[in-house]
Design a protein around this ligand. Structure first.
Ligand code: A3P
Length: 345
């Protein structure tokens, strides 16, 4: 009798245990996909007609999977046609600034289900040879996307290249332009570090930053040095303003994107008239990398490549002070024009 009761009790415990484990597994799976399960909102009319109904995210994920297969050569053109996939010209471009965090911004925006990134820098508008190939060539370089989605590309050289504003204007005079900036001296050192690493990889020697940034004859800041010139943001922006009104630009704080990416991304979502979809779940701090990394879902996450987030060489403090003093008036003008103020020294 006692033995029978114990067996019954064990059976009940087994059933209850299985139920508890099952529920737990279900919850874990749900939390992992919570953000991605929200239905997609259609994008604002500025990004095209709201003619089609919202599509469930599951379908979108399927399409993304299909695109992946297509790139690998496993999906047929017929499948692409059947699923209405198109190569669209970008509705927004990250035009710069080099070393501002352009890759991080593009990858983070790509977390949004309505955004599709062009993975490579296309260099269409800044490269005469590419530009001569025409707009269809450019469009064919774009990733496949669902008509409701927007394509974004980034080519940081656009910001500083003379011909680019006019060329982009000719393609789409109402395009949205994203500029990500960092404190100008830090950006210049980051720029130098990238070039230095390239030289070292080829076993070449290179000048010290101090030698390039300061003119040895005048002991003043060397404005011929490209890394310095690129950091005079207002000079470049003024050229763009001959073609586009300031409302068409959004300035992203690249220093804040490093330490606190979500609020910066939310501002971009707003600027692009996208429904807010990127959440804290999609961004997690990786202590080993020292940067935020991206979480797409419970199984897929990634950090940026090791070439992003290099250790900068030590720079003489007097040179840093001189550079900061030099950039100061340009920064003030930049704040004034853009309406965005930074705590740059
Ligand atoms: P450093 O290498 O100087 O640290 P870009 O993509 O325009 O070349 O910018 C590179 C910069 O992006 C890096 O400069 C790094 O600081 C910054 N960055 C911002 N967010 C990052 C992230 N989540 N992971 C890696 N780098 C990031």
């Amino acid at each position: 009798m006692l033995f029978k009761q114990q067996a019954l009790l064990r059976q009940k415990l087994f059933v209850l245990g299985s139920l508890a484990i099952g529920s737990l597994l279900y919850l874990v799976a749900r939390v992992g996909s919570l953000d991605r399960l929200q239905p997609l909102c259609p994008i604002d009319s500025r990004f095209g007609p709201r003619s089609q109904d919202e599509i469930p995210l599951r379908a979108l994920q399927f399409k993304r999977g299909l695109l992946h297969e297509f790139r690998k050569g496993n999906a047929t053109k017929e499948q692409i046609r059947l699923h209405n996939l198109v190569q669209q010209l970008p509705k927004a471009i990250i035009i710069g600034v080099r070393k501002g965090g352009t890759r991080a911004l593009l990858e983070m925006l790509n977390l949004h289900p309505a955004v599709v990134k062009a993975s490579q820098e296309i260099h269409f508008f800044d490269n005469d040879e590419n530009y001569a190939k025409g707009i269809e060539w450019y469009r064919k370089k774009m990733p496949f996307s669902y008509p409701h989605q927007i394509t974004i590309e980034k080519s940081p050289a656009y910001f500083i290249t003379e011909e680019v504003p006019e060329r982009i204007y000719k393609m789409n005079s109402s395009i949205k332009l994203l500029i990500i900036v960092r404190e100008p001296t830090t950006r210049a050192i980051s720029d130098y570090t990238q070039v230095l690493e390239g030289k070292e990889r080829k076993n070449k020697t290179y000048y010290k930053f101090e030698k390039l940034a300061i003119d040895p004859n005048t002991c003043e800041v060397n404005t011929k040095y490209k890394a310095v010139r690129t950091s005079i943001y207002t000079k470049h922006l003024e050229r763009w303003l001959k073609y586009f009104p300031i409302e068409q630009f959004h300035i992203v704080d690249g220093d804040r994107l490093i330490t606190e990416p979500l609020p910066e991304l939310q501002l971009v979502e707003k600027f692009l008239n996208l429904p807010p979809r990127i959440s804290q779940y999609n961004l997690y701090f990786n202590a080993t990398r020292g940067f935020y990394c991206l979480r797409f879902n419970i199984v897929f996450n990634k950090c940026l490549a090791g070439s992003k987030g290099r250790i900068h060489p030590e720079v003489d403090t007097s040179v840093i002070t001189k550079l900061r003093k030099f950039f100061h008036p340009f920064n003030q003008k930049f704040y004034q024009i853009t309406g965005r103020t930074f705590n740059w020294p």
